[in-house]
Design a protein around this ligand. Structure first.
Ligand SMILES: [Zn+2]
Length: 229
């Protein structure tokens, strides 16, 4: 078997049918998903065990299986860094949509944005982080949204709301949608036009809650998934 090296985010570790062994799911930096058989990593004495926790960025070395139906085998795992701000529930969520990310070819974009978050040590609590990461998923999805003004009438003033059906909405066209303050609108604009590390808009808790609700609906529709968060 050929030995390969890669770096990735550990999404899931689950027990294998064999004693002390596990199956590890990794989102690689190239956006591919990899499932690895990991011999003996449940043992306390395992050198790999610590680096296989969900939410860890890990350098992995593995024996690549030639047979598609046979899992590749982990050789070594060495953690690079740990996402201390990432809620375990969110890791689970990424795991649950990992197949969709792959199908839509979004894995590498998602991974890159995630790294930017970590690099900049953005001052977000885990609730806000979930919100922002959802935003990234939408951003890298093929949802085309209008952010230059109201998506229905194209006016640029009196923008007070937002919908994933089209984009920003003016006062007249937002009757069925929650109203947001200016900070939230600017934030929505920024997140669609700027790199994640350039965003410094402020957004309040109430707006985050509302936008998150809209996001969840949109993500359900876009990716056809059930979201627990
Ligand atoms: Zn309008």
């Amino acid at each position: 078997m050929r030995i390969s090296n890669s770096k990735g985010l550990i999404l899931q570790r689950r027990d294998s049918v064999k004693d002390d062994s596990e199956v590890i799911t990794v989102l690689l930096e190239n956006g591919n998903l990899l499932e690895l058989f990991s011999q003996g990593s449940k043992k306390i004495t395992s050198k790999n065990s610590f680096s296989l926790n969900e939410g860890t960025i890990t350098n992995i070395e593995f024996f690549q299986s030639k047979n598609k139906n046979k899992m590749s085998r982990l050789k070594t795992a060495r953690s690079v860094e740990i996402f201390d701000k990432l809620d375990p529930l969110y890791i689970e969520f990424i795991g649950s949509i990992a197949d969709n990310l792959k199908e839509y070819n979004l894995g590498s974009k998602f991974y890159k944005n995630l790294m930017l978050f970590q690099k900049n040590k953005m001052n977000f609590n885990s609730e806000n982080l979930v919100f922002l990461l959802n935003m990234i998923i939408v951003k890298v999805s093929n949802v085309v949204l209008y952010f230059r003004g109201c998506y229905i009438c194209k006016r640029k003033n009196e923008i007070i709301s937002f919908s994933y059906e089209g984009g920003l909405l003016c006062e007249e066209h937002s009757t069925n949608y929650p109203n947001f303050n200016k900070g939230a609108i600017k934030f929505l604009f920024d997140i669609n036009f700027k790199n994640i590390d350039e965003i410094n808009s402020n957004i309040n808790f109430e707006d985050i809650k509302n936008i998150k609700q809209i996001q969840i609906e949109a993500l359900k529709e876009t990716l056809g998934i059930y979201l627990k968060i």
